[in-house]
Design a protein around this ligand. Structure first.
Ligand code: PLP
Length: 339
């Protein structure tokens, strides 16, 4: 039975402004061939198919972030990320759709190769600048300075932090968890499930974990880092979940049923790993589903390896959250995949 606190939180959530951007619900696909290969009752939650701008997880966060920005009178969205940032690409698409300007402050040295997400950023009309190999604190300062400059000209820019990893953005995955829980319950009943997700900033995982605290507390999570060490990622998951919980009048959710691993990052962020490439190929060839090499391929490689050690209880459903990212593979040649 939901507690009064949870009921009040669900009412608060429904009252928080949200600009519809996502084609809902995203499909929950039974992944029978890949599941058979892994000995799992496996589903793929297709958040790569959220719709706008070639889709991906960031769109669910941007529904809340955009509503807040519009209420603040924004005429410009700014954000940051790596050169192949999916979040930057989707911010550019959302800005185009909302009739706002978009300025992207990307980490790294300038490149002439406008492929993958950089191509799409350009098509969506974003202004792209490369900030060099500096920390995100430095880039945040550059965005703040630019916002001040725009303010002097009577403009209003909203700077969205890396990955949309704010309390309000994280709410997108609280809502997503309820959608997922309903879909799994419709096909498998109320059995305990395990959700596997890639971790960048950790906000997607945080939203799901908070959603599970509200609607399905027996849910287990495997969060596979694409970049940060486990302790840093765990701390960020905790921060996002706490900030989001505070907006709903809830206390920070427990992470007892959450396993965070950094064992599948491979050579580094955005650098393909051998196991990740293998997972991209296996998923493409068993399910016709495209993963990327930065996030979802590594997350799938984590599921394959960790499942082999038997953490997922036999007969309970496993859900791989496909967070998108496929535009990145178009920066590569078939040779990178052994073709
Ligand atoms: C395709 C993809 N998957 C997963 C993630 C990780 O999401 P989060 O930053 O919310 O952990 C990102 C972005 O960081 C992404 O672009």
């Amino acid at each position: 039975m939901p507690s009064d606190l949870n009921r009040a939180a669900v009412e608060r959530l429904a009252a928080i402004p949200r600009t519809p951007l996502v084609t809902l619900p995203t499909p929950l696909d039974a992944a029978a061939r890949l599941g058979d290969a892994l000995g799992l009752d496996l589903f793929i939650k297709r958040d790569d198919l959220t719709g706008l701008g070639l889709g991906g997880n960031k769109l669910r966060k941007l529904e809340f972030i955009l509503a807040e920005a519009l209420a603040a009178g924004a005429d410009t969205l700014m954000t940051t990320g790596g050169a192949q940032s999916n979040h930057a690409r989707l911010t550019a698409a959302v800005a185009a759709r909302a009739g706002l300007s978009c300025e992207l402050f990307l980490k790294g040295e300038p490149t002439d190769a406008r492929t993958g997400n950089l191509l799409l950023d350009t098509l969506f009309g974003a202004d792209i600048r490369f900030c060099g190999v500096v920390g995100y604190d430095e880039i945040d300062a550059q965005m703040a300075a630019r916002a001040q400059e725009l303010a002097k000209a009577g403009r209003k820019a909203v700077a969205i932090p890396l990955g949309g990893a704010t309390g309000i953005g994280t709410l997108g995955y609280v809502v997503a968890f309820r959608e997922l829980r309903d879909q799994v319950a419709a096909v498998r009943g109320d059995r305990q499930m395990t959700v596997v997700v890639a971790g960048g900033t950790g906000s997607t995982a945080a939203g799901l974990i908070l959603g599970a605290a509200l609607w399905a507390p027996t849910t287990r999570f495997l969060v596979v880092s694409a970049s940060w060490k486990s302790d840093i990622l765990t701390a960020e998951i905790r921060r996002c979940a706490a900030d989001s919980a505070a907006l709903l009048g809830l206390k920070e959710p427990s992470l007892d049923a959450v396993q965070v691993t950094d064992a599948f990052v491979g050579p580094g962020y955005a650098q393909p790993s051998e196991a990740g490439i293998a997972a991209v190929l296996t998923t493409a060839r068993t399910e016709g589903v495209l993963l990327d090499t930065t996030y979802t391929g590594k997350a799938m490689s984590g599921l394959v390896a960790i499942n082999a050690s038997g953490i997922i209880e036999a007969g309970t459903p496993a859900v791989f959250l496909h967070t998108g990212g496929a535009p990145e593979i178009f920066t590569r040649d078939a040779a990178a995949f052994g073709g």
